[in-house]
Design a protein around this ligand. Structure first.
Ligand SMILES: *[C@@H]1O[C@H](CO)[C@@H](O)[C@H](O)[C@H]1NC(C)=O
Ligand SMILES: *[C@@H]1O[C@H](CO)[C@@H](O)[C@H](O)[C@H]1NC(C)=O
Ligand SMILES: *[C@@H]1O[C@H](CO)[C@@H](O)[C@H](O)[C@H]1NC(C)=O
Ligand SMILES: *[C@@H]1O[C@H](CO)[C@@H](O)[C@H](O)[C@H]1NC(C)=O
Ligand SMILES: *[C@@H]1O[C@H](CO)[C@@H](O)[C@H](O)[C@H]1NC(C)=O
Ligand SMILES: *[C@@H]1O[C@H](CO)[C@@H](O)[C@H](O)[C@H]1NC(C)=O
Ligand SMILES: CC(=O)N[C@H]1CO[C@H](CO)[C@@H](O)[C@@H]1O
Length: 812
């Protein structure tokens, strides 16, 4: 009887336990009840999952033995973190736990019981901890009202419907992949304006919105004290200071985040449902070098095409592993000693002007800097005579779009210093990749030294890997030629100092001999040849039926004008006068790819295999740059051989890439509609279905071009049958692709059929089988009907580049 009573009370006890008795494994729960906890040892299995499965919350590994308590995107490939409780105090990988205590607070404990983080909800009627579908972790009472929420404590990311307010700011991470707080902040300043600021150990400097302008010029208001901003679920951000921006893929059903990245840029990202990768749909600063503090004191920033820092000649990096520490002089500058000024043409060091005067002669400006011992350099603009004597040199940029030269004060005992010579050797991309912020105190290692060793070994390995990456990936040699006024690397990312500018109609009429030499006519306009006064040959494109207002056109052009890549046709300027809208670009001598590739044997030499491979790589580089590197939302929309020009070395240059921006939202559609004559084979199937168009549409078109490069024949000629209907052509094309896919699966390694059936017979077998087979496979992946299954342009490029070395020497 007694035994029975005990048993039944145990049973009752078990039954009366709240649902916390649900199995902890399986990771399915979204709620913690009082008394529940999560142990760090179960980091992979025991997590809270939001009901819809989009977010997880639990322990997140940041290094071998360092964990944070975090919320991450469960469907992103790299489990991107949206929020961290203890970003600056990671805890041990053994014995640590997060528990919802009986007293009602959610507490994070290190292995030795030390509380590193807690929610201030004890004593309140806290009943449960819940991870909501919005990504918000909430401590709620029995009635369901919120006592504490992670949305009130953002780290570097805002989720849709999570507000930024008077009391909350975003703080960037200190380096890629590390959780620690960095120096960049996104916050409401005392004028009620949303700002980006570099708040470093030596200087603080605002860099967004444009610090040159007053708030009203930036279209903000200082008069709304509510200080509230948020991103809605459609991808539109709005704040009380009238800050407003939209995701380029606006609409519902997309997972988004607004993150202040470690490089100081604020970016809006959308998750690609297919491969779990993120793509940028908006960024605060189109030019990453406009972020302040990136390269530290005396550092000069360049975008090549990723961020790189450098020291002017006469300076060396203070810490090659952390560019935010900048450079230091190799010579000292004593007050009163004789000095001269070394010119840095087309440079800028932003800020730290102790005087600003207009209309001065250069001599007066120079004298002002000479007279002041603290003056390190002065900036001078020819023409307007603007003079900026500087007491400190930060935020260096070259080339600088604003025509200004910097004159650096140098003691005469240092002979012939050429500070404009930049030395980017090996340092590129190490910006902020620092290790320093990890300190032993996070580990409280009493008698547990092993953790410590693991941790530092991890750091050492990470550092070595990083170093190898830098050396291998960026083994380009910068050579500078100050006389020619430009810096160039072997990849060909030329930093041309000459400016993108506005031309008058008369000027263009002059240089083209009244539009005499017609080069061609495309869907968007007619192209003429011209020669500028300085001898540069140019192509001048008169855009048809462009009804855009002058300002809109100009602002779009200022975006296009900044795009500079060796595989994109360089834009020199534009003209916008009355009804004329004209683009001026470099002239590319060898014409377009369609002529070279499909030429009907009229004497033009056959494109050899090596050239074809080189063209494929070049076009992929250009597109990857457009999609991922520059203004990341630029989709070309019209990739086809006609828009791929070849220069003297048969290197490809893509043209017409900015047109979509010029022709506004439905531009892709219009471009397609307006070219009924014969090139429809390049259009991705999502057009026909009016689905949203992303970079994956370009990937499709690129896939078609790749097939044509291999085959040496137009796709539409080779899938053609007697019927002329577009739909039939598409069906035939898809049938061909299906056949290829089948064939590749079946034949595996043996590729003799390729030679007979597929590769351009004009090559007479003179091609690399390995490359051809891999390119064919890639092309087939690119023309997948489902945009999500197509690789990204970056992936395509990596794949193509990986073929470079394995190529046997058989090709011509
Ligand atoms: C999860 O994310 C997808 C988009 O990635 C969205 O369509 C879906 O509505 C989200 N689920 C919930 C429950 O919020
Ligand atoms: C917790 O909240 C109480 C009452 O709201 C407040 O007095 C106390 O200072 C808070 N403690 C912390 C650490 O925030
Ligand atoms: C402010 O708005 C006007 C009109 O919409 C626009 O022309 C101008 O470029 C905007 N200024 C900035 C700095 O965005
Ligand atoms: C201030 O901003 C808030 C939030 O954006 C808005 O609701 C309110 O109407 C604004 N007040 C004024 C006076 O514009
Ligand atoms: C964002 O989209 C809304 C429509 O939802 C539009 O009214 C607004 O002008 C857009 N803002 C910008 C900056 O494009
Ligand atoms: C700048 O220098 C000029 C000439 O020395 C002087 O007249 C002027 O007051 C200075 N301006 C400021 C803002 O210090
Ligand atoms: C590359 C780099 O920054 N290394 C540093 C890592 O941190 C240790 C300790 O702070 C420094 O001594 C290294 O120089």
């Amino acid at each position: 009887m007694r035994v029975h009573t005990i048993l039944s009370s145990v049973f009752l006890l078990l039954a009366s336990l709240p649902s916390s008795a649900r199995p902890a494994s399986g990771g399915g729960r979204s709620t913690l009840w009082r008394g529940d906890s999560i142990a760090v040892e179960d980091a992979s299995g025991d997590v809270l999952v939001s009901p819809g499965g989009n977010f997880s919350c639990g322990f997140y590994k940041v290094a071998t033995n360092a964990y944070t308590f975090a919320i991450w995107f469960a469907r992103s490939a790299d489990a991107t973190v949206a929020w961290t409780a203890n970003r600056d105090a990671p805890i041990n990988g053994r014995g640590s736990r997060a528990g919802f205590r009986k007293d009602g607070s959610l507490v994070l404990q290190d292995f030795d019981g030390r509380v590193v983080w807690w929610t201030n909800t004890s004593g309140a009627q806290a009943d449960r901890v819940q991870l909501l579908d919005t990504g918000n972790l909430v401590v709620a009472d029995a009635a369901g009202s919120t006592l504490w929420q992670s949305f009130d404590w953002p780290t570097d990311t805002l989720l849709p419907e999570q507000p930024i307010t008077r009391y909350k700011r975003l703080v960037s991470a200190s380096a890629r992949g590390l959780p620690y707080s960095g120096y960049y902040n996104f916050y409401f300043d005392s004028n009620n304006i949303l700002n980006l600021i570099y708040d470093g150990p030596e200087i603080s400097s605002n860099y967004w919105p444009d610090p040159f302008k007053q708030w009203w010029q930036n279209n903000r208001t200082a008069y709304n004290g509510s200080r509230y901003g948020s991103l809605d679920r459609y991808g539109a951000f709005r704040a009380s200071d009238h800050t407003q921006f939209n995701a380029s893929d606006m609409g519902e059903g997309v997972t988004r985040r607004l993150t202040l990245d470690y490089d100081g840029n604020l970016r809006l990202y959308s998750l690609d449902g297919g491969d779990g990768s993120w793509h940028v749909t908006w960024a605060a600063l189109p030019r990453p070098c406009d972020v302040h503090g990136v390269c530290g004191r005396y550092g000069v920033c360049a975008y090549l095409p990723s961020l790189a820092c450098s020291c002017p000649e006469g300076f060396v990096a203070s810490d090659a592993g952390d560019w935010s520490k900048g450079c230091r002089r190799e010579f000292d500058l004593r007050c009163g000693e004789p000095v001269y000024f070394a010119e840095m043409p087309s440079f800028d060091f932003w800020g730290f002007d102790f005087n600003y005067t207009q209309g001065l002669t250069m001599e007066t400006c120079r004298q002002m800097c000479l007279d002041d011992c603290n003056c390190e350099a002065f900036g001078y603009k020819m023409g307007t005579g603007e003079c900026y004597p500087k007491i400190s040199l930060w935020n260096g940029r070259a080339p600088n779009i604003i025509k200004q030269n910097i004159f650096l004060k140098v003691p005469t005992r240092i002979k012939n210093l050429s500070p404009a010579v930049l030395d980017f050797h090996g340092h590129a991309c190490t910006v902020h990749e620092q290790n320093a912020s990890v300190s032993a105190s996070y580990f409280h290692v009493r008698g547990n030294k092993i953790n410590f060793i693991y941790f530092y070994s991890f750091l050492a390995v990470a550092f070595v890997v990083e170093a190898i990456f830098i050396v291998v990936g960026y083994l380009f040699v910068f050579r500078a030629d100050p006389a020619a006024g430009r810096v160039r690397d072997e990849e060909g990312y030329a930093l041309l100092f000459s400016q993108f500018r506005r031309f008058t109609y008369d000027e263009l009429s002059d240089v083209t001999g009244k539009f005499a030499e017609k080069l061609g006519r495309g869907a968007s306009g007619t192209v003429y040849k011209g020669v500028l006064d300085d001898g540069r040959s140019i192509a001048v494109k008169q855009l048809d039926d462009l009804t855009q207002a002058d300002e809109v056109f100009r602002s779009e052009m200022s975006v296009i004008g900044r795009i500079n890549h060796m595989n994109l046709v360089r834009m020199w300027g534009y003209c916008s006068e009355h009804s004329h809208r004209i683009l001026v670009s470099e002239f590319v001598e060898n014409g377009s790819l369609d002529k070279a590739l499909f030429g009907d044997g009229d004497g033009s030499a056959l494109l050899g295999w090596h050239s074809r491979y080189k063209i494929a790589v070049g076009v992929a580089k250009g597109l990857a740059y457009l999609h991922h590197e520059c203004l990341e939302w630029i989709v070309h929309c019209d990739v086809k051989p006609e828009n791929i020009l070849l220069d003297g070395e048969l290197d490809p240059k893509i043209t017409d890439f900015g047109l979509v921006k010029l022709l506004s939202r439905d531009a892709c559609g219009r471009l397609v509609l307006s070219r009924a004559q014969g090139t429809r084979g390049y259009i991705a199937p999502e057009w026909a279905m009016s689905l949203p168009i992303t970079g994956k549409a370009d990937v499709y078109s690129f896939g078609v071009v790749l097939l044509e490069l291999i085959r040496g024949q137009r796709v539409c000629d080779w899938v053609v049958d007697s019927r002329e209907e577009e739909d039939d052509a598409r069906v035939d094309f898809q049938r061909l692709v299906a056949w290829l896919r089948e064939k590749m699966k079946r034949d595996g390694e043996s590729s003799s059929w390729m030679e007979e059936k597929f590769v351009d017979p004009r090559l007479r077998g003179d091609f690399s089988h390995l490359q051809a087979a891999a390119m064919l496979e890639l092309a087939v992946a690119c023309v997948d009907d489902d945009p999500n299954r197509r690789p990204s342009m970056n992936a395509v490029l990596q794949e193509l580049l990986s073929l470079e070395d394995d190529a046997p020497v058989r090709y011509a």
